[in-house]
Design a protein around this ligand. Structure first.
Ligand code: SAM
Length: 333
């Protein structure tokens, strides 16, 4: 139990991410008809400061765009794909995708988190007819493993500690059953949204490498990481004070502290393509200027200079091992 106690603050970050999303939705930055189902007394929650709302928007919007680009790639090859979200917390992306015109492209969607989090997430899913209807017929949806996991034809929620060796938790859970949950002949996209910072580098590396080994030669694999970096520079403290609500980082846990090192998460494991952009770069040059402007009109942002300072310390890194021409992948993603 001492170990569990040590993990409590890490699990608590899910609530922070969830409330940040709720706040961005309530203030009009994001559209998400599902988030409030996961927040008890959603209407009573305090909104987050504008700076956090803008950060949440940039993060969410850019990951959405990368997921879209991945689905474009799969659709251009007439392939369905599977999405595996590690440290998924209370994320609503599955429901948003499954109710969009992309739903047919997704054959499997697997979410993994600590048992405490998956148990908490399974409850509203099982009880709420809006969430449940998206999963299929009521009889197709089952709570398993003492309520820590949930099975349905497409969506699957699994409890596991990601720090364990992947052969111990991923292999039996994903490819060990009959039929296996994950199809090694179908393109797979891995999502690591604000989760790798809570692990030791060798642990996160083991996960990426396990997936690479499993899919090597059989199907394309893609991955998206959202994380904080560069904590050791002079601005680290400013950023930490502002955003510790979102992402607390374990001392010494992160080797990818410089911008240039971020793509190595993937290139070190043989990914053909790996790129990283900071949220500042994404906001300034990748997201439509009219959306950036529109969001500035939603609330009064006093900390204009701080915003760039903070966004400059968060990055999205993506990698793809798509067997066809690299240009094809690079141009689309
Ligand atoms: N990905 C979600 C999002 O962006 O909204 C949640 C992010 S939250 C900041 C981090 C999540 O990672 C938490 O739900 C936490 O429980 C989970 N997590 C961290 N370390 C983990 C581990 N070793 N095993 C399983 N889940 C873990």
């Amino acid at each position: 139990t001492r170990l569990q106690d040590r993990d409590a603050p890490v699990r608590e970050t899910d609530n922070d991410a969830l409330l940040a999303r709720l706040s961005a939705v309530q203030k009009g930055y994001l559209k998400d008809p599902f988030v409030h189902f996961f927040v008890p007394r959603a209407h009573l929650q305090q909104p987050r400061p504008p700076l956090i709302n803008i950060g949440t928007w940039v993060r969410s919007e850019s990951i959405d765009r990368l997921v879209d680009a991945w689905l474009d790639l799969c659709e251009s090859e007439r392939k369905q794909c599977q999405i595996i979200s590690l440290g998924a917390g209370s994320d609503t992306r599955f429901w948003r995708l499954a109710t969009s015109d992309r739903s047919k492209s997704i054959a499997k969607y697997v979410e993994i988190d600590f048992a405490e989090i998956t148990t908490k997430k399974a409850m509203p899913i099982k009880k709420n007819k809006d969430l449940l209807a998206v999963l299929g017929e009521p009889n197709d949806v089952a709570l398993t493993n003492g309520g820590t996991s949930l099975r349905s034809p497409t969506y699957n929620l699994l409890a596991a500690d990601l720090r364990k060796p992947p052969v111990v938790f991923l292999e039996p859970a994903l490819v060990g059953g009959t039929p296996p949950l994950v199809d090694l002949n179908m393109p797979a996209l891995l999502l690591f949204e604000c989760v790798l910072a809570y692990m030791q580098p060798n642990e996160s590396s083991a996960i990426v490498s396990w997936f690479m080994d499993c899919f090597r030669g059989s199907a394309p694999i893609g991955a998206i990481v959202y994380e904080m970096f560069g904590l050791n520079d002079p601005f680290g403290r400013v950023m930490k004070n502002n955003l510790k609500v979102e992402c607390i980082q374990l001392p010494g846990a992160e080797p990818y502290t410089s911008y240039d090192s971020l793509p190595r998460r993937f290139t070190a494991h043989g990914f053909k393509l790996a790129k990283a952009l900071t949220l500042k770069e994404i906001r300034n040059s990748r997201l439509p200027a009219e959306d950036v402007e529109r969001n500035l009109r939603l609330e009064t942002l006093d900390e204009v200079e701080e915003l760039d300072l903070v966004l400059d310390h968060y990055a999205i890194t993506w990698g793809a091992n798509w067997p066809d021409s690299e240009d094809n992948v690079t141009s689309k993603w």
